[in-house]
Design a protein around this ligand. Structure first.
Ligand code: GLA
Length: 407
């Protein structure tokens, strides 16, 4: 009898400790790629409560919220330079005179979700207090403020093991009990696509983006990448993304200085990649063109397709590339990209192409099936796959088609 009671106690103890040890992310979050806004790309650490409240208002009045963007994320620079006497992080009192809880409440009151930033190291990239050694305490603090999304960076980590550091923070979030999207930001250095599926909802795949299309930017000791460079680093990891766990090729630079064609191309390609759509522009000063790019519902629907399959590069020749994204209901998105610096002609005979993808099991023979073509930027029906598709495509521009089966 006594032996049985001991056995039962051991089983209960094992269950208890293992459920804590292996506590995992909130599984139901981010079944489609997260959409939102983040302060970094335009403002870096120059943020303050009033400016951000205005940004929240513009988020709503510009139609971004109605287009599906939901997270409002503060990046680096929101904290005071030191923790308080109890080791608690404090919002910089000059930047946030009403405190962070009040700001989070304001974000929520406008129908948005609130995100915040910290870092797995001893300090953030901007030199503010990092979370290393304070994981559970910080997670509880965020939960008490009503945080819905945590971006977790990788500066000042010295010899810390990446996988362990991110797992610890993931467990801390679970233990705090408030569902938060956990965004890993270790720049793809340790192959997070191989181990982070159960740790967080998205993981950065590269170093930082900058608002340039075809060129990188030299920042002294490191370079930030242009849109095309980041694009070229995504194809080999597409099999690791899916509902609830996404490759993150970094935040959007739409509206931050590229041409209209480049903005359209950047946005289309990120949607083809099923990338998180985190805008990074000044929402208070958007041109009608920028709004039309960021809120194009047909293009966003390609990103948010519930199948959750990333595109693959089907064709590449002389600067013209073709990307294919399988969608639910046997439809497809096809994006023609002109990465060259001259105008090109698309002359695509569907019937001469078999499109096969071993990852999604897509297998299309346009001789057997006909698809109707919808141009998602011109918003026009442009024939079917029974006819050769011809169009001029400007330098750095895209043609984005949705294909729906007609027989
Ligand atoms: C890193 C990240 C950026 C941004 C900054 C903040 O560079 O990759 O996205 O969060 O830190 O300091």
């Amino acid at each position: 009898m006594k032996a049985n009671i001991y056995k039962l106690l051991i089983v209960l103890l094992c269950c208890f400790t293992s459920s804590n040890l292996f506590a995992q992310k909130f599984e139901e979050l981010a079944q489609t790629p997260p959409m939102g806004w983040n302060s970094w790309n335009t403002f870096q650490t120059n943020i303050n409560e009033q400016m951000l409240r205005d940004m929240v208002d513009a988020y709503v009045s510009s139609g971004m919220r109605d287009a599906g963007y939901i997270y409002f994320v503060l990046d680096d620079g929101w904290m005071a330079m030191e923790r308080d006497n109890n080791g608690r992080l404090v919002a910089d009192p000059k930047k946030f005179p009403s405190g962070m809880k009040a700001f989070a409440d304001y974000v929520h009151s406008r129908g948005l979700k609130f995100g915040i930033y910290n870092c797995a190291g001893t300090k953030t990239c901007g030199g503010y207090p990092g979370t290393h050694g304070y994981e559970y305490q910080d997670a509880r603090l965020y939960a008490s403020w009503g945080v819905d999304y945590l971006k977790y960076d990788w500066c000042n980590t010295d010899s810390i093991n990446a996988r362990d550091a991110y797992l610890t923070m993931s467990r801390a979030i679970s233990a705090a009990g408030r569902p938060m999207v956990f965004s890993l930001c270790e720049w793809g250095n340790h192959g997070p696509w191989l181990w982070a599926k159960n740790v967080g909802q998205l993981w950065r795949t590269t170093t930082d983006i900058h608002a340039g299309f075809a060129k990188d930017q030299n920042n002294g000791s490191w370079s930030s990448f242009g849109v095309l460079h980041i694009l070229d680093l995504q194809d080999h990891i597409r099999q690791y993304a899916g509902p609830g766990h996404w490759n993150d090729p970094d935040m959007l630079e739409v509206g931050n200085g590229m041409t209209y064609a480049e903005d359209k191309a950047h946005f289309s390609l990120w949607c083809m990649l099923a990338a998180p759509l985190i805008s990074g522009n000044d929402l208070r000063k958007m041109s009608p063109q920028t709004i039309s790019v960021l809120t194009n519902k047909d293009i966003i629907a390609i990103d948010q397709d519930s199948l959750g399959v990333e595109c693959f590069k089907y064709y590449s020749f002389d600067g013209l590339e073709i990307f294919v994204k399988p969608l639910k209901d046997n439809s497809l998105a096809i994006c023609f990209l002109n990465r060259s610096s001259r105008e090109q002609n698309i002359d695509f005979n569907w019937k001469a192409h078999m499109i096969v993808d071993s990852i999604s099991k897509l297998n299309i023979d346009f001789n057997k099936n006909t698809y109707a073509l919808r141009d998602l930027w011109s918003k026009k029906n442009v024939g079917t796959t029974n006819k050769v598709f011809k169009q001029i495509i400007a330098s750095h521009d895209v043609v984005m088609l949705k294909l729906n089966k007609v027989n």
